[in-house]
Design a protein around this ligand. Structure first.
Ligand SMILES: *Cc1c(COP(=O)(O)O)cnc(C)c1O
Length: 376
């Protein structure tokens, strides 16, 4: 049996090595390392894949969030609602732009932003909602968009973890994660579901004028070279990364399927377990399983469990150990212990198990067996 990893990028690469190496070689031969033709090509392919009106690529998923908020015209002092249980990038850019993050709790079973609490967070300073499609499934966009429309708020979807997931609205309309709000953002960090071999990111929108703003802001605020209409940033997807992503995008559906197969085997193994809770699915969303995250019963010492797995050669990760409102850097936004009880509880209970596109059945059977043994 091969060594078990959280993510196996090496085996994944070896299976598509011929195409990836050729794509990289082509970039080397052309030497258009910035804004080469592969960037445009990949942008169009991603637009077709997601069904978004417009795609604008950028340097990484954090930049994508920042550029999105700049393009939407959020001003210092404006309030942006953001889940307390997510990766720090989401709230970091809110703070960086001088906006005020207003935390909201999440739903225990599905880890998504608790849309039932949205209205109670809205003030006359609220300008937007950032929802995070955590671990690979869409949050309840129908409810979020309903509230946003009612209060005239912008919606940003942080789609760094759920590219390719599909949401079905109650009228039957289907849309991909990242294409339903005003702007969707994503990351091509190597371990993400569509990962490049360095940093990369993209933004999605269906609004032509927003797309133009995103493009302009990502390029130093210029439409015409050396003429700057707004303050911008420098955030670009390298040509080489775009070339690699073009190759990998062709495999994304197969990768999502492989992840789902792993998830299903975990589901079957733990569905009726009294100490392990399997991740519940959001109604109306498919899942692409960026992570397979279980919740341990409170009678189980997570550190002990994690250490036991490590000793058996099974890695596991805690995404995330501390909610954002209790992070030192963000305490000045008024966060207190007990403020967001579900987020705090999840931080103590969650554990993400190995899941990736190259997982062998023998590896997974071993993982499952060892986990079950822990409890006997
Ligand atoms: C990875 C991630 C980001 C940031 O992406 P980078 O490309 O690393 O900047 C933002 N939000 C979420 C939820 C993520 O998982």
């Amino acid at each position: 049996m091969q060594k078990i990893q959280m993510v196996d990028l090496k085996t994944q690469y070896q299976k598509i090595k011929g195409d990836v190496d050729a794509a990289i070689q082509e970039v080397l031969d052309q030497t258009a390392f910035i804004n080469g033709p592969q960037v445009k090509k990949f942008t169009e392919e991603l637009r077709e894949y997601t069904g978004a009106g417009y795609v604008v690529t950028c340097g990484n998923g954090t930049d994508a969030l920042q550029i999105a908020m700049m393009a939407l015209g959020f001003k210092p002092g404006d309030e942006v609602i953001v889940p307390a249980f997510t990766y720090v990038a989401t709230v970091e850019v809110i703070a960086l732009l001088g906006l005020k993050p207003v935390f909201i709790d999440v739903i225990e079973d599905t880890f998504e932003l608790d849309f039932n609490q949205l209205e109670s967070k809205i003030t006359d300073k609220t300008v937007g909602i950032v929802t995070v499609h955590l671990y690979g499934q869409c949050s309840n966009m129908e409810e979020i968009l309903k509230v946003a429309e009612l209060y005239n708020l912008k919606v940003i979807e942080d789609n760094a973890q759920a590219i390719g997931a599909v949401y079905t609205f109650s009228n039957g309309r289907k849309a991909q994660a990242g294409t339903m709000g005003d702007i969707g953002t994503t990351s091509f960090f190597p371990s993400k579901n569509l990962g490049c071999y360095g940093d990369g990111g993209a933004m999605f929108t269906n609004d032509a004028s927003l797309a133009e703003k995103l493009h302009m802001i990502a390029n130093h605020g210029q439409k015409k070279k050396y003429y700057h209409d707004s303050i911008g940033v420098n955030s670009r997807l390298d040509t080489m990364q775009a070339a690699i992503l073009s190759v990998k995008l062709k495999h994304l559906n197969r990768y999502s399927k492989a992840r789902n197969e792993v998830a299903l085997r975990y589901d079957l193994a733990f569905a009726n377990h009294s100490k392990v809770r399997i991740p519940k699915r959001v109604k109306n969303s498919s899942h692409v399983f960026h992570q397979y995250t279980i919740r341990l019963d409170s009678s189980i010492n997570r550190d002990e469990f994690k250490e036991y797995l490590a000793q058996k050669g099974i890695p596991s990760m805690i995404y995330y150990p501390l909610p954002l409102h209790l992070q030192k850097a963000y305490l000045n936004y008024g966060g207190k212990e007990g403020g967001f009880p579900i987020a705090e509880k999840l931080c103590k209970q969650v554990l993400s198990l190995p899941i990736h596109t190259e997982m062998g059945q023998d590896q997974q059977e071993y993982i499952i067996e060892q986990i079950l043994n822990f409890f006997v």
